[in-house]
Design a protein around this ligand. Structure first.
Ligand code: ADP
Ligand code: MG
Length: 683
């Protein structure tokens, strides 16, 4: 059970959270199409955005920036690019759409290709990291991740190939959303013919409109930006608060749902909680209540909703319940903007959300549960007023609402900035402190990022990119530490090994542990384990996979995830080709492990931790207490004196994951400027 933290400010200490990830950025979301039985043409005309088609085309013609507000499912992502193409914009250049999530790029491109009746990868294509499915000269509509758009800007800072850029799902305000917003502002100043469309599912459009409106006079006719709203009809929503704070919002949400069921008229209920475990917990409590309802008390159907559910389980949430049965959907933040469920009349809002948060003192990222913002509370409440007037029950007292942040801090102000700093420098933006961000990040975070980049050898003391290392690191679509490892692997004579390790770090859930076969799976996994730690263990797994013919059967026998390994092999191939273009010799240590561990140290040295006499580990930077994560091969081993970690997970404690055992002498040898002798001897 999470306590009730106040909203964190960037750099504040962090609170404990449970193990599950931030849901809406993780899972794949099933797309529900209520009009699927109609012809494509009719389906397109039924979408709310169709009613503003001509108005939109007029505004895009007239204004350089158009902010489009419309709730999920209104047709923004699939229709707007097609309207532009139909109106002839594609004759002047590409129509590019940037998305925060990779899966959205592929599914949207597939859907739009189908609607346009063209082959995917021709007129309509997509480009995501390590996978470009577009044809230069032919493609007119291109979906891509925000990261890819930034990379395109590196190749052509004015994006001359494009006539329109659409930034989609801007309400998510990912790190790259903010970078792209800042960069687009710069580009628009230089290219008067370029058009920008910003799509958001939330109503806080003023900030973006102001950010892109260059008109400093009071004369509205000189505006360069405008806002278009595609909102369907929304009905008033009554707001109810608790009289006092609750210590257990899961229990409280169960009680609230039951109260609604007994006292209120018909209508479905949507409950917002922060993570998968809470959702599952709440669902089972509600099911107990549902089972004990008497005949004359009506019945309820309780369903969970989060990204990790299978498509068929997600589909159940969208289906209407039988007559006389009240549907109760218990969801993570995924239901705030990513999906729209019809029939909801009552919303129960726990008042919290799970976010990733960076601590610049300990240089660690963690997932934390924090109070929502007012904007987010309003958005959640709005889910109740779609079919008729609704009610929202906020599980906190009214006076708490006033204390909430106005908007949820965008990722830019709560994340490690070493990657974006490197990207921006490669784009010629050397003074990030003066860059026009929609929400400027804390200077403390920026300085920590520049420190790390300097230690990695990517930038000079003056803050410019080093040649060739810094430039090449910026061009590699990886975290700077991993890019560095790869780029120096030739010097250590272990390029192939590092390629395999880095590729394995890009995929998730390599080891599978089916229910009922836990001990067998673990015993088989143990055969891959080595004393050097998790990264070398991953290398072992990958090497064996290749040696045994990359087959699915072998993976199943070894309780390994075939899809993950296949993807790792694919990623390895692409990274290898990139290394070759940088003239890095592709060498192998032929089984030698020392060279590999030393090369890992050359990149990951900022993440060193040592065994403190208290029995826990401490980071060298920031003296943060850390524990070995139970999933690590080093978990139950005799504790090693020095380790490097790839990631920190903040749950009941701060855990480090993906470890490598090292000799501290390597730190002095490979990063002398970072680890002065004095510091290490003091430990
Ligand atoms: P928005 O961007 O406003 O959330 P979209 O353009 O993504 O809306 O989707 C509009 C509608 O198009 C959806 O509600 C759905 O009916 C249909 N749709 C979108 N993607 C798909 C898909 N991959 N398969 C089937 N239908 C889809
Ligand atoms: Mg969309």
């Amino acid at each position: 059970m999470s306590l009730k933290p106040k909203f964190l400010k960037p750099g504040d200490d962090i609170y404990s959270v449970d193990r599950s990830d931030v849901d809406h950025t993780n899972g794949t979301t099933f797309v529900y199409n209520p009009f699927r039985s109609l012809s494509i043409e009719k389906q397109r005309q039924r979408l709310p955005v169709f009613t503003v088609r001509n108005q939109l085309l007029f505004l895009v013609e007239k204004y350089r920036t158009t902010v489009v507000i419309g709730e999920t499912g209104s047709g923004k992502s699939t229709q707007i690019p097609q309207y532009l193409r139909e109106a002839g914009w594609a004759a002047d250049g590409l129509i590019g759409i940037a998305q925060p999530r990779r899966v959205a790029c592929t599914t949207l491109a597939e859907r739009v290709a189908e609607e346009c009746d063209v082959i995917l990868g021709k007129e309509v294509g997509y480009s995501i990291r390590f996978d470009d499915c577009s044809s230069p000269g032919i493609t007119q509509i291109k979906y891509m991740t925000e990261g890819i758009l930034v990379r395109e800007m590196m190749a052509d800072p004015l994006l001359r190939q494009y006539c329109v850029i659409m930034l989609d799902e801007v309400h998510e305000r990912t790190l790259y959303t903010d970078i792209v917003l800042g960069l687009m502002k710069k580009i628009l100043r230089r290219r008067k013919d370029l058009r920008l469309i910003i799509c958001s599912a939330t109503v806080d459009a003023d900030h973006l409109y102001n950010f892109f409106n260059y008109n400093t006079t009071k004369d509205k006719s000189k505006d360069t930006a405008c806002v278009l709203s595609v909102q369907g009809r929304s009905h008033p929503v009554d707001i109810y608060y608790l009289e006092e704070t609750t210590a257990d919002y899961v229990k409280c949400s169960v009680e609230t749902v039951m109260k609604i069921h007994h006292k209120e008229g018909p209508g479905d209920v949507l409950v917002f909680l922060t993570g998968v475990e809470e959702v599952d917990n709440c669902v089972s409590l509600l099911k107990e209540h549902a089972a004990s309802l008497k005949k004359n008390e009506g019945s309820i159907l309780v369903l969970p909703m989060y990204g990790a559910l299978t498509n068929s389980d997600q589909l159940r949430v969208f289906q209407s319940s039988p007559l006389g049965v009240r549907k109760v959907v218990v969801a993570t933040n995924i239901a705030e903007t990513s999906i729209t469920i019809s029939g909801i009349v009552y919303v129960v809002d726990c008042g919290f959300v799970k976010l990733r948060w960076y601590n610049s003192n300990s240089h660690t990222d963690a997932l934390v549960v924090v109070a929502t913002s007012q904007a987010s509370a309003t958005q959640r409440a709005g889910r109740a007023g779609r079919i008729r007037s609704g009610k929202v029950y906020r599980l906190y007292p009214e006076k708490e609402f006033e204390k909430l942040n106005e908007i949820t801090p965008p990722e830019m102000v709560r994340t490690n900035l070493s990657s974006p700093a490197l990207n921006l420098m490669a784009l010629g933006i050397e003074n990030m402190l003066r860059f026009d961000f929609p929400s400027p990040p804390p200077a403390k975070h920026l300085i920590a990022a520049l420190d790390e980049l300097f230690a990695l050898g990517a930038i000079t003391e003056e803050g410019t990119l080093t040649q060739p290392l810094g430039q090449q690191m910026a061009e590699f679509p990886l975290l700077p530490q991993l890019a560095k490892m790869l780029l120096v692997s030739g010097d250590f004579g272990c390029t192939k090994e590092i390629l395999s390790i880095v590729a394995m770090l890009q995929v998730q859930n390599v080891f599978t542990i089916p229910r009922g076969q836990e001990s067998r799976a673990r015993a088989i996994h143990r055969k891959f384990q080595v004393n050097e730690g998790d990264l070398i263990t991953l290398l072992n797994v990958f090497t064996s996979y290749i040696k045994h013919g990359e087959t699915k059967k072998w993976c199943m026998d070894k309780f390994l995830n075939h899809r993950a390994l296949r993807r790792a092999a694919e990623i390895k191939g692409r990274m290898e080709r990139l290394l070759v273009t940088f003239n890095i010799p592709v060498t192998s240590s032929e089984g030698g492990v020392d060279a590999v561990c030393r090369c890992i140290t050359a990149g990951m040295f900022p993440n060193a931790a040592f065994l403190h006499h208290s029995g826990t580990y401490r980071t060298v930077r920031g003296n943060q207490t850390l524990h070995i994560h139970p999933s690590s091969v080093l978990y139950s081993e005799t504790q090693q004196q020095w380790v490097l970690f790839h990631e920190v997970l903040h749950t009941s404690q701060m855990f480090m994951r993906d470890l490598t055992v090292i000799d501290p002498a390597w730190l002095l040898e490979l990063a002398p400027h970072f680890y002065e002798r004095r510091t290490l001897q003091d430990q």
